[in-house]
Design a protein around this ligand. Structure first.
Ligand code: NAP
Length: 532
């Protein structure tokens, strides 16, 4: 089973202990004691503590040249590692280049380390590590194989800075291929936001361990998740090799709360699958290459994705160029936010934003779709969100006025959807209020963090208690616009409702089962509360 290792910087026992206790309480299986800056007595004391030794330990003392903090000479470092080895940590981690270039390390440490077939003595086992803090080494596979050739290495580990998702996928490819050639356990970590999936999916790929920190602690490498994220959001301790992978493709994507929403839903219905953030650069070529690379890894079992800014048009193009299937309304909208990759048959796509918005409106007002068809709706903005909502409303038959800063953009959108059952017209944003509406929907980012005091319209006096005001912005949940509309007596609907209801459509497509909306809502609210 793949362990969660909590790295703890040990400067003094007193400072390290609270981190150790927090890590164990939150579910860490092992501790890495980073003793780069610890005096000999501190190393002795920390390795003697029963509250530390209740978990397996990795002893690491990394030099500055290796990206660590040990500032003494190499012979001083070797003497400290030798001394620490006699105190029997479970593992000792040595940088491969140091082992290779400095024969004294091997000569002095070998007698102190457990032999490759020694499962009895308490001698520490050897982890050899290769770090590259700038990029993925071109010869990564060769390096891992060379490390595996060294006796008595037990765990072969590589950590490198990921420049993009492809760098992370290479780690997953090696997890898939190398066990066919070598017998040692592997840890391959792509550092940074682009490499996060190598940490999250370490259990699916049967890695020896992955690193994670207790909530609120400093990380020891870029991109480390928290122990709580791994265990509770990504169900790390339950992941299986055959679990299908889903994710949200965007740029940036770290802010997305979709992983929290979908994984909570998966857990609630006991669905075997995991949903991860997938950062992909904005260009179509990057999108196409990333999807191709994921689909080419059989063990990844990539079955579907939510697609967010700026990739919704790229997703539609990808679907079209792969002869995918698309429903009529999504085809009319021209951009999609969901891709399904079934094991057999053509790929499918849909735009769940429009159904999410209409469903949020229907439930929030208690109106039927027929009621909605007889309403006059003012849509603020003419971008992607407005496009999906206008398409939905126009299909129902509502009367829609699109108000936008750039009139031309509103006119083009209105022209495209006018007469599609409903009547759609365009107006300058400043004209908002001139024509009475039953419903106003903000489809601009005005009011979204960090610009929480911005309103989408200058004058809100046109809003009154007969109206429904729906803000698609969901962070914060109660935007300034919704608060102001509420004060004027209007009924208000939060953007989170749209986000959840579009996620429900995706979830049901991913799993083939009913979505547990209540569970997904609790997860979304908790995630938003953490972000505020
Ligand atoms: P977009 O394609 O960039 O379009 C933004 C639109 O807002 C444009 O029409 C733009 O006008 C207008 N705009 C931008 N800043 C403005 C401001 N300060 N005042 C007035 N108008 C402004 O963006 P999008 O994809 O449509 O997303 C818009 C918002 O929808 C996002 O903030 C997002 O939170 C929300 N959204 C929510 C959900 C959900 O599930 N709840 C889903 C999708 C989107 P110009 O044309 O003049 O530039």
């Amino acid at each position: 089973m793949t362990s969660i290792v909590a790295p703890v910087f040990v400067r003094s026992v007193q400072a390290a202990l609270p981190q150790v206790l927090a890590a164990i309480k939150q579910g860490a299986d092992m501790l890495e004691l980073r003793c780069d800056e610890a005096a000999r007595e501190v190393v002795e004391e920390i390795l003697a503590r029963p509250d530390v030794r209740c978990k397996p330990t990795i002893l690491t003392i990394r030099a500055k040249a290796e990206g660590g903090l040990f500032s003494g000479s190499e012979s001083e470092r070797l003497r400290l590692i030798q001394h620490a080895c006699r105190l029997t940590p479970d593992y000792v981690d040595i940088e491969y280049d140091t082992w290779r270039k400095n024969p004294e390390f091997a000569a002095e440490l070998l007698p102190l380390l457990a032999a490759a077939d020694d499962h009895v003595s308490r001698k520490p086992k050897l982890i050899l590590s290769n770090h590259d803090f700038s990029s993925r080494p071109a010869d990564l596979q060769q390096r891992l194989l060379a490390m595996a050739d060294i006796t008595p290495v037990r765990i072969v580990k590589a950590a490198y800075q990921a420049q993009n998702l492809l760098d992370a996928l290479e780690a997953l490819r090696l997890y898939q291929e190398l066990p066919k050639i070598i017998s040692q356990s592997l840890v391959i970590i792509a550092m940074g936001e682009a490499g996060l999936i190598t940490r999250i999916l370490a259990a699916k790929y049967n890695a020896a361990f992955t690193f994670a920190v207790p909530a609120g602690s400093a990380t020891t490498a870029p991109g480390q998740p928290t122990i709580t994220d791994l265990i509770h959001t990504y169900r790390f301790k339950r992941q299986q090799r055959n679990w299908p992978l889903y994710g949200v493709i965007g740029w940036p994507v770290a802010h997305s709360i979709s992983p929290m929403i979908h994984n909570a839903g998966f857990d609630s219905i006991d669905f075997s699958g995991v949903y991860v953030p997938l950062p992909v650069e904005p260009e179509y070529e990057a999108f196409r290459t990333a999807i191709t690379a994921m689909r080419e890894l059989p063990e990844l079992n990539f079955c579907g994705a939510s697609v967010t800014i700026p990739h919704k048009a790229n997703a539609a193009r990808y679907l079209q160029s792969h002869s995918g299937l698309l429903d009529d309304t999504s085809a009319r909208i021209g951009v999609i936010n969901t891709l399904y990759f079934p094991p057999h048959g053509p790929i499918r796509g849909t735009n769940s934003d429009w159904c999410g918005a209409i469903e949020a409106l229907r439930v929030g007002t208690n109106w039927s779709l027929t009621d909605l068809a007889h309403k006059r709706v003012g849509v603020l903005g003419a971008g992607g969100a407005a496009r999906a909502i206008v398409a939905g409303l126009a299909t129902l038959g509502s009367t829609v006025i699109i108000y936008n800063r750039t009139l031309k953009r509103a006119q083009e959108l209105a022209h495209e959807f006018n007469g599609n059952t409903g009547h759609v017209s365009a107006a300058q944003l400043d004209e908002f209020g001139a024509t009475p509406c039953n419903v106003v929907i903000n489809c601009t980012p005005a009011g979204m963090v960090p610009h929480v005091t911005t309103l989408p319209v200058n004058d809100i006096r046109a809003i009154d208690s007969s109206m429904v005001v729906f803000d698609t912005v969901y962070n914060p949940r109660r935007t300034r616009f919704l608060l102001a509309a509420g004060e004027r007596g209007a009924k208000t609907i939060e953007g989170l409702e749209m986000l959840l209801r579009q996620a429900v459509v995706q979830f049901e497509g991913f799993t083939g089962q009913s979505a547990p909306l209540g569970v997904m809502r609790i997860a979304a609210e908790a995630a938003l509360d953490r972000k505020l």
